[in-house]
Design a protein around this ligand. Structure first.
Ligand code: KE4
Length: 420
């Protein structure tokens, strides 16, 4: 495969930006290759600057549920641009998007639009702390909630884990209020509530984990989290930046029939543009400035172009909810093909799936970490050479969109089955 132009662009980009990229996973370090520079994308296809075309299962890490350059979205964005790109003032469109989110996302009675998932989770945690007057939060090893300081943590030593920074530049003090539990392990959560009674402001969780690869909640785990947070006056935050409008119109909360206290969203609600949101019960959201004492702001929050892309995307999903059944069935075909290789364990929830190069059932970070990342890197290279673009990391997800044609799904199945 000729990647000359990508190589040239990468070499130059590395002199300008850390690792030549604007987000680390894009650097392909985990798969031991240099990244491809993309020229354009349409439907389920992405084309690099050397003219290599691939069936795309990264889908920009989730936003692309309708496929790339979806005509209805593009046309709406083009029209909106002629009215100006940003005003720094409220617009009716923001209320229209907020209305959809409030009407479809369980637990959200009021919402604030922001620019990224990181900002959404950081702000939701701040609101939960302002609302409860408490400082401690719980997160789970292997779950990722963006790069705000207090959430860039890993479990410390010892059984009851206070967090320690998982990044240089994060002062220890910034992580002292973060506690870490094990995903799908109720006892690890119970221990923290017993050790810190009446001190835990929020528990933030990916209702389906997708940042250690896809790891579904065990039967009863989300119900347990709902009950123990309710019993302790702790705000339950569902981080649905990936699962929001992905697992269904009502996301994971609807899929599992759980009512969280707050929800963070991103990716799909922006239709591929920088837009995210956090929302929740009115009592909690009323703590947010300018009506409350929890400060949060943003120059481009609710940007009219991003809101236009998000609105058109959500309208398309609302007008044809059968999309979810279609993408579920397509993903199931890929799951079956992956399992037939006998090389991987597959976790799938709807159109979200991961193939782990391990023999263990993957139910949390520790079991995900038993995966052979070198084997994944080899598989990644095989798929790329055969025209299929998947996540350049064992610990990310495959995303299936409505634009993935039956022919391309079949081609993907055949390439996977031929993998030796
Ligand atoms: P952003 O700040 O990247 O918009 O969102 C952070 C975030 C928050 N919560 C969840 C559950 C997320 O998955 C993310 C971001 N997801 C990664 C992919 N696993 C984004 C890709 C990247 O970092 O480049």
């Amino acid at each position: 495969m000729n990647i000359t132009r990508s190589q040239e662009l990468f070499n130059h980009a590395c002199t300008l930006m850390p690792g030549g990229v604007n987000s680390p996973v894009r650097a392909f370090n985990a798969v031991g290759r240099n990244p491809l520079f993309i020229d354009h994308a349409k439907g389920d296809r992405i084309t690099d600057v050397d003219g290599n075309e691939f069936i795309d299962y990264v889908c920009s890490w989730g936003p692309g549920i309708l496929g790339h350059a979806y005509p209805r979205v593009i046309e709406a964005v083009q029209r909106a641009c002629t009215d100006g790109l940003t005003y720094g003032a409220p617009t009716a469109k923001e209320s229209q998007l907020a209305e959809i989110i409030i009407s479809k996302v369980p637990g959200v009675e009021m919402v604030r639009l922001v620019n990224s998932g990181t900002e959404a989770v950081m702000s939701a945690v701040r609101a939960a702390r302002g609302y409860t007057g408490r400082d401690l939060i719980i997160k789970f090893t292997g779950c990722y909630h963006g790069h705000s300081d207090g959430l860039l943590v890993k479990s410390g030593s010892g059984l009851i884990t206070n967090a320690i920074p998982d990044s240089a530049g994060v002062p220890k003090a910034y992580t002292d209020c973060t506690l870490v539990a094990r995903y799908n392990d109720a006892d690890s959560v119970r221990e923290l509530f017993e050790r810190y009674p009446d001190r835990i402001a929020a528990l933030v969780v990916e209702p389906v984990a997708a940042n250690m690869g896809v790891v579904p909640p065990k039967e009863g785990f989300l119900e347990f989290l709902r009950q123990i947070t309710q019993d302790n006056g702790t705000v339950l935050i569902f981080d649905e930046v990936i699962t929001g409008f992905r697992l269904g119109i009502s996301g994971a909360a609807g899929y599992y029939n759980i009512m969280p206290d707050m929800v963070t969203m991103g990716k799909i609600i922006g239709g591929g543009m920088p837009l995210a949101a956090y929302g929740g019960k009115k009592d909690i959201m009323k703590t947010v400035s300018p009506i409350g004492s929890v400060y949060q702001a943003g120059t481009l929050s609710g940007n009219p172009i991003a809101v236009t892309a998000g609105l058109e995307t959500l309208h398309a999903l609302l007008e044809d909810e059968s999309i979810y059944d279609r993408i579920d069935k397509k993903a199931a075909k890929i799951e079956t093909a992956l399992k037939s290789t006998g090389k991987v364990v597959v976790n799938r929830v709807g159109s979200l799936l991961s193939a782990f190069f391990t023999d263990n059932e993957v139910v949390d970070y520790d079991t995900a970490a038993t995966s052979d990342t070198a084997a994944y890197a080899q598989y990644f290279g095989y798929m790329l050479e055969n025209g299929i673009y998947i996540a350049p990391s064992q610990f990310e997800a495959m995303f299936v969109s409505d634009a993935h044609s039956e022919e391309d799904i079949q081609k993907t199945v055949e390439v996977i089955k031929a993998y030796k």
